[in-house]
Design a protein around this ligand. Structure first.
Ligand code: PMP
Length: 289
């Protein structure tokens, strides 16, 4: 039976409930993380806990003070939940909501934040996509303007991404490319994007209006360690059309080859050499950090 962590206790999942007045539900007021577990070890746990606290800080949610949890205590709670559920290879959803309040917006008038940790199995893209590559489309919905709600905050308000995701699935693509308010490439609805051209790797920088993905940062590190030239810079769709290779990164997806965008074939239309090399290097990290 799945045990869910909620506010300090592990309870059967049916008993893990929050108030209908919780501002996480009423307003998407809260933050979250999606984390992988490999060989019983939570992958890059400290990086995820750091990003959670940074997102919380950006929305003026003080987890340490209002939920009484230090970063170390949060990491320990994630470990405990994974162990209690005997998860060897799986996925953790870590959620902190603003807490139960009244029907107005004021976050000061809420109870303490609700801390929820779910450790479960994971649903991946079909193997066919890893073998043959993904056909991607560009959504008309642009990524949130960083001056409105920064995409660097991993908040519970994912409607921006969901609207673009619907455009993707309408076009039979499991992902969709999102542009930023300047018309540059930002990221996909739940994955970051990279291109490879003439052996050099490029990816949009955090100030392009993206979530600074932890898989993205890991792949950047792996690529640099392997002596690839990697630049974080502004990209437009044309850079993807003329790329030799393109791939996406994310905790759930890991590294996914992209072989077409908006009906334009990328490179030779097959997963590329650099993508495969980075995929292999990434596999080597599993269970180790
Ligand atoms: N961009 C968005 C919008 C995301 O939601 C995610 C996480 N699913 C990513 C990128 C990838 O981030 P990470 O590698 O930290 O999972």
């Amino acid at each position: 039976m799945t045990q869910v962590y909620i506010n300090g206790s592990l309870v059967p999942k049916e008993e893990a409930t929050v108030s209908v007045y919780d501002h996480g539900l009423l307003y998407g007021d809260g933050v979250f993380e999606g984390i992988r577990v490999y060989a019983g070890k939570v992958f890059l746990l400290d990086d995820h806990v750091d990003r959670l606290y940074e997102s919380a800080n950006a929305i003026r949610l003080d987890i340490e003070k209002d939920a009484g949890m230090s970063r170390a205590a949060m990491a320990a709670a994630v470990d405990e939940t994974v162990k209690a559920n005997g998860i060897e290879d799986g996925y953790v959803r870590l959620v902190v909501t603003r807490g139960a309040g009244y029907l107005g917006l004021d976050p000061r008038r809420t109870s303490n934040p609700q801390v929820i940790i779910i450790a479960d199995t994971i649903e991946l893209y079909p193997q066919e996509i890893y073998d043959n590559g993904m056909h991607l489309v560009t959504a008309t919905t642009i990524r949130n303007h960083p001056g409105a709600l920064s995409p660097r905050i991993k908040s519970l308000n994912y409607l921006n991404n969901i609207l673009a995701k619907i455009e993707g699935t309408d076009a039979d693509s499991p992902e969709a490319l999102m542009l930023n308010h300047k018309g540059e490439v930002a990221e996909c609805t739940g994955d970051n994007i990279f291109v490879v051209r003439k052996g050099e790797i490029k990816t949009p920088s955090p100030d392009s209006g993206i979530l600074e993905g932890i898989t993205r940062n890991t792949v950047i590190k792996l690529a640099r360690e392997a002596d690839y030239t990697l630049t974080e810079c502004a990209l437009v769709r044309h850079d993807i059309y003329i790329a030799d290779e393109c791939f996406l990164t994310g905790s759930a997806a890991e590294i996914v080859p992209v072989v077409a965008l908006d009906g334009r074939t990328i490179g030779n239309g097959k997963p590329g050499r650099v993508t495969k090399d980075l995929w292999e290097r990434f596999q080597g990290l599993k269970g180790k950090c």
